[in-house]
Design a protein. Sequence first.
Lengths: 80, 278
Amino acid sequence: MTTRIKVKNAETGASVDMDLEQDNTVEEIIESAASYWEKPAGAYVIRKGKQVLRGQATIMDAGILSEDVLELIPDPEGGQ
Amino acid sequence: MARTLRPGYLDEDKHERSKRLEWFDLDKVQNTKVLVVGCGAIGNETVKNLILAGFKKITLVDMDRVVRSNLNRCLFFDDDDAEKKKLKAKVVVEKAKKLEKDLEIEYRSEMIQDLPDDFIPSFDLVLGCLDNVAARLHLNAHCYMHGIPYVDAATLGFVGKVQVVLPPETPCLECGMNKTHLKIMGDRFSCTGVDTTYHEPKLAAEITTTSVVSAIQTRESIKIALGLQSDLMQNVFYYDGMRNVSDILELDENPECPHHMHEKQVSTADRRSSARQG
């Protein structure tokens, strides 16, 4: 069964629909969205509301439901 | 004997206004041994904040030298430091003493990974002001193993983040990482031959985001020094200066994170041991 969600690009406000299978992982969402928006190399995480989703979690584990809006946010690495 | 007042006496004590905070205890703050790893933008700002807040026992670790491109966001560095390519940590130590002459401040100009195993456990509090995932994971692992509070701060342009790791109560830094973190670390350390130089892209950095995350990092450090554990930020402070928003993001403990797997193994072993004794 396919679950359609929306992924938002936190940096630009753009969004894209994504069809997921139950065994897809959060990391796969990150990779697909980051590639789609041609994000520069760097660390990213997905948030659902205030919750940061664990990368290895499947969409079932992460409780991702149809029509959910997830946000791709950069995870900063700098400081020097 | 009656106390004699003198006009202006309220302005003679440097920390008089801090002491008006009913929960503030200067002795506790002054006696907390703090390790600051990284003397770049966040490190400069955080050392300044720590000193003004009353911290006195500070050790810095950074192996880099000052360059001119540091000067848009580093309070303690100037053109002369950049021209002479001075050690960042040494410059911060020298100039920090101008803010507070009674500081017990010292530095180590080495990679944190190269310092002896008993170095990190000798502190009460560790602050990560770094620019790479590998050093962060090193601090995270050592602090978690030794039960030392670790406050990590990071920026990327107008985006910033602060995470408080209070072992064993909170998730750790590694709990929030995924393949993208490992990829940037892998790219940096991939073994493709001794003559290969990995090109490290320069990250966007400016002072306002640095100031915000450094302020939060210092504020949480004060709470830790004062034992205000219940008031600590238990999750991740995330700031987006372009959108003018900040949020506390929730992060769960990752059951596959090696630090928490170890905890579970230990507690399972404890339970087995108790069962045997029972």
